[in-house]
Design a protein around this ligand. Structure first.
Ligand SMILES: NC(=O)c1ccc[n+]([C@@H]2O[C@H](COP(=O)([O-])OP(=O)(O)OC[C@H]3O[C@@H](n4cnc5c(N)ncnc54)[C@H](O)[C@@H]3O)[C@@H](O)[C@H]2O)c1
Length: 428
């Protein structure tokens, strides 16, 4: 296995400055740097190209160099467009559902995993087995077995001293980091409840091209299929659910929710969810997400404690109920760049970061909410995590699976057929 890249590849004696869990960048840290950090990208879409830009920006902050070791996408034209955008050779491009395997054979130090969520568990496992440090986008998976595979890969990464940073960027954002620390020090008293929202207008969607096969269509229109994205409570609202788990200090014990499909044109996802997450001891977080135009929009988190309340990124104008001392946490303005600064610093300082379990836990939480809304049943944390399990949710996977894409056996589910909770009284 290739030796993992570390700070010895750079100039001796350089030091990154660390405050709490956040590493402060200094533009002169690696002024005389001699090494190049090699990066490969799996998934050359909007966020993938964004992540590649972000890691270049992070490297500029740290005054080190980045070299692209490989680019892969399901579609070759997307990989080639990315090569053009970053001014590297098309020879670095690979395509197809199996192309991630070739990325893992490159000499990349860091792999960016930025495909639709369905593929993340398989890709993370391959990256860690290949000895790569990883930046992976959220969510971790679309089903409970996938999320648990992420936790396992995270454990393997710990044994190998590899870093995994997840795209839950609020955990790398100064305002959130300071607020979380203040809350943990009693600024609003113990959290008793709250609300988390991701309500916005419709997201993009793609229509099937004439004669297009199921796999290509599902990849192009992945935000419309629960099998690809986990549905939008998992794919998007995960950010706010993750903040709730982070601030409260763990996942809920149970989810009870509902939702529905009202206006979507393609795929099988819901348009809205409303879920009550029960954290035990009567602590409840209400989660609400919607993708419908011309409705009330809000993306935020609000927590109420025994003596006061706060939003996830800071209190209102009156400040915290109780003054507490927080560390001098400083981040760059863009949390998407800070994620990569933290990742690179963790590698250069031989202090691995591992966010696999956090993002997998929040993904499991969102999956509990989705299953509850789809079925009408309460879903307990132990239903998706406890082994041995008598719960159908523990091993429930969706079809097509990532392996169907690799084998070319993808069969798209019927469109405009969404889950119906409960049981039709006319059913036998
Ligand atoms: N953190 C954030 O704020 C944020 C913002 C946007 C998207 N995201 C996440 O980033 C991920 C990608 O989203 P996007 O907006 O870039 O989508 P996208 O459709 O623009 O890009 C996904 C790319 O992955 C490629 N792909 C699909 N399957 C593949 C496979 N098996 N191997 C290689 N390439 C494959 C697609 O062809 C496409 O080019 C999603 O998980 C999404 O939730 C996170």
């Amino acid at each position: 296995m290739k030796k993992s890249f570390n700070r010895r590849d750079f100039v001796k004696g350089a030091a990154a400055i660390s405050v709490g869990s956040v590493l402060i960048p200094s533009s002169n840290i690696f002024a005389q740097g001699t090494g190049k950090l090699k990066v490969a990208l799996v998934g050359c879409g909007g966020r993938g190209r964004g992540a590649l830009e972000d890691i270049h920006n992070a490297a500029r902050h740290l005054n080190i160099q980045i070299e692209i070791a490989g680019l892969c996408d399901f579609f070759m034209d997307r990989a080639k467009d990315t090569a053009k955008q970053f001014d590297v050779s098309e020879a670095l491009c690979m395509a197809g559902a199996n192309s991630y395997k070739d990325i893992m054979k490159t000499d990349a130090d860091i792999v960016l995993l930025v495909t639709p969520p369905i593929f993340r568990p398989v890709h993370l496992e391959a990256a860690i087995k290949a000895g790569k440090h990883v930046f992976m986008e959220k969510p971790a998976a679309v089903d409970a077995p996938g999320a648990r595979k992420i936790i396992e890969a995270g454990e393997l990464a710990k044994q190998k001293g590899l870093s995994i940073v997840a795209g839950t960027q609020r955990r790398h954002q100064e305002s959130y980091l300071k607020t979380q620390q203040a809350v943990s020090k009693g600024a609003i008293g113990p959290i008793r409840g709250g609300s988390v929202w991701w309500c916005q207008s419709h997201l993009w969607y793609a229509k099937r091209k004439p004669g297009e096969d199921d796999a290509s269509y599902m990849v192009r229109n992945w935000v419309s299929f629960a099998e690809m994205s986990g549905d939008h409570i998992v794919e998007q609202h995960l950010h706010n659910i993750d903040v709730a788990n982070w601030f409260i200090g763990g996942p809920p014990k149970m989810a009870i929710g509902f939702g529905g499909r009202a206006r979507r044109r393609t795929g099988n996802q819901f348009d809205f969810f409303s879920v009550d997450f029960d954290y035990g001891n009567d602590v409840k977080i209400h989660s609400m997400c919607r993708q419908i135009d011309r409705c009330y929009d809000r993306v935020a988190e609000l927590f109420t404690g025994t003596i006061g309340s706060t939003y996830g990124d800071g209190p209102g104008k009156d400040g915290f109920a109780k003054k507490v001392q927080v560390d001098d946490i400083r981040c760059v303005d863009n949390p998407y760049v800070q994620e990569h600064i933290d990742l690179i610093n963790s590698i250069l300082n031989d202090k691995p970061i591992n966010e696999a379990e956090n993002v997998a836990t929040s993904t499991l939480t969102a999956i509990m909410g989705r299953i509850s809304a789809y079925t009408g049943s309460p879903v307990r944390w132990k239903d998706v995590t406890d082994e041995p399990s008598d719960s159908p949710w523990y091993s429930m996977t969706m079809s097509p699976s990532p392996i169907d894409f690799e084998k070319g056996t993808v069969k798209a589910p019927k469109e405009d057929v969404a889950a119906i909770p409960g049981k039709d009284p006319d059913e036998a």
